[in-house]
Design a protein around this ligand. Structure first.
Ligand code: NFE
Length: 477
């Protein structure tokens, strides 16, 4: 007899996700992903000064704020026709690269590994499911728990590198429309290079071997969690001023097709709200004309996430999609392929950062001054660590008239669309074997392989209590 298991909240992700799976004869037969909070940043931005967008949208999430600051800045660059000097482009890449490295290390060691290794029976490793833990925790020749602790230090190092170039992390005021506010100097670059080399040691000698060891011990997970196998990337890390050359390319593939990817058609990206708590009048709009009109409760609605589609189809985004579209990794689409592609991407980005450091020009500007924008429209497309990220802005009379954000997790954790087609994580869960429905560790492994961040996808909540008024006392100096 089929049983329904509800995981609410799913832990060791960012933000609030509820997943409901139907399990029949020890196999998942249906799945529903629910984003349980309303984000509302599109509403917050309306009427604000355009230059507020890179600052405010970074508050969407503390894990990938750099990507939001960059996407907002790129949208404003695009709207104003502003160009970014080479130093600005490279500093943006280095800041984002630092954020990628910290995010991927965080994901593998702190958010995912404990699905495979029984950690010490103490907080923060407990409570936890305790089935099918094949990765030995205390093997003297392979001290995975030592690596876990080293990963915390490595992640801090990556944050410190970002802070060297862009001020306090994780959220920075340094990435703005027109470039980057920092003028590089030799001391800064030397310190950054020293930290990066230490980080590269960790990635090459610890993270990559750990990801390979995991994939060998759990090789069955190359056949679990594939889903639709449609992959999409906007591309990221501009290598020239026009952005036509990128470290990771733009493109998409269907059913894990190898070879040259297809084009991404921006006017064929739409968001279905049939199963989302938004007004049906806004169904299947492109983000250029999309709207954020909450309707709760709603018949057939089960998530605060909309359902983004390209040419009407669901697409997975993330490190595997980037690596696949660029031709760096085309082994397959599965739980273990996501982990391996993410680890290999971390190395590729860190190695590229070393070369970018050499391309900075001391004393050259990082920012192009330009007139204040009063009317215009722009799109900022980049890649956050978790995948394709887009910001769409319209400006009228000097303020933001319209703003829409589609995050990677909105693509990945989307609910069903108007044709009742499941989102990527939902589909990846179908067919997953579950040994013990009371401890569905296999379900958790599939979900975690996408590295979901529901903070990015949904954010603002209204507590039941009365509004709280905070008075900030005057400061006398
Ligand atoms: Ni909150 Fe984010 C990333 C973005 S995921 S972490 O990476 O954009 O939706």
């Amino acid at each position: 007899m089929a049983t329904i298991t509800i995981m609410d909240p799913v832990t060791r992700i960012e933000g609030h996700l509820k997943v409901e799976v139907t399990i029949d004869q020890n196999r998942v037969t249906d799945a529903k992903c629910t984003g349980t909070l309303f984000r509302g940043f599109e509403k917050i931005l309306a009427g604000r000064h355009p230059w507020d967008a890179p600052i405010l949208t970074q508050r969407i999430c503390g894990v990938c704020p750099i990507s939001h600051g960059l996407a907002a800045s790129m949208a404003l660059d695009n709207a104003s026709g502003r160009s970014v000097p080479d130093n600005g482009r490279i500093l943006r890449n280095l800041t984002l690269g630092s954020n990628y490295v910290q995010s991927h290390i965080l994901h593998f060691y702190l958010l995912s590994l404990l699905d495979y290794v029984a950690g010490p029976q103490t907080s923060p490793w407990t409570p936890a499911y305790n089935v099918d833990m094949r990765f030995p925790a205390s093997n003297p020749t392979y001290p995975i728990m030592d690596h876990f602790v080293q990963a915390v230090a490595a992640r801090r190092r990556a944050h410190e590198m970002g802070a060297l170039l862009s001020g306090r992390m994780p959220i920075t005021a340094a990435i703005i429309s027109g470039g980057h506010t920092v003028v590089p100097n030799a001391a800064m670059i030397t310190k950054f290079r020293t930290q990066l080399n230490l980080l590269l040691d960790f990635i090459r000698n610890i993270y990559i071997p750990d990801s390979i060891a995991l994939s060998q011990i759990y090789s069955d997970y190359f056949n679990i969690g594939g889903g639709w196998k449609n992959l999409l990337a906007y591309g990221v890390f501009d290598l020239n001023a026009s952005g036509t050359d990128k470290l990771f390319h733009r493109g998409c593939v269907e059913n894990a097709t190898k070879g040259n990817p297809n084009n991404v058609f921006l006017n064929q990206i739409t968001e279905s709200v049939t199963h989302s708590w938004y007004a049906d009048a806004t169904n299947n709009l492109t983000p250029r004309s999309g709207d954020t009109q909450p309707v709760y409760p709603k018949t057939n609605g089960y998530s605060w996430l909309k359902a983004p589609r390209h040419q009407g189809k669901p697409f997975e985004t993330g490190a595997l999609a980037r690596m696949w579209v660029t031709g760096d990794y085309q082994n397959g689409v599965s739980v273990m392929d996501r982990h391996l592609a993410r680890a290999q991407e971390t190395l590729k980005v860190a190695e590229a950062m070393l070369t970018w450091l050499d391309q900075l020009t001391m004393g050259a500007p990082s920012y192009e001054q330009n007139n204040l924008l009063s009317d215009g429209e722009g799109i900022g497309l980049t890649e956050a660590p978790r995948g394709a990220l887009g910001h769409w802005v319209k400006i009228a009379g000097g303020t933001i008239a319209h703003y829409q954000v589609i995050t990677p997790t909105c693509w990945n954790a989307s609910p069903q669309d108007d044709k009742n087609v499941r989102g990527p994580i939902e589909q990846a869960l179908v067919g997953t074997p579950v040994m013990d429905p009371t401890q569905p560790i296999e379900v958790l492994r599939v979900i975690h392989s996408f590295d979901p961040c529901l903070s990015c996808a949904v954010h603002v909540m209204r507590p039941k209590e009365e509004p709280m008024v905070l008075e900030v006392p005057a400061v006398t100096c």
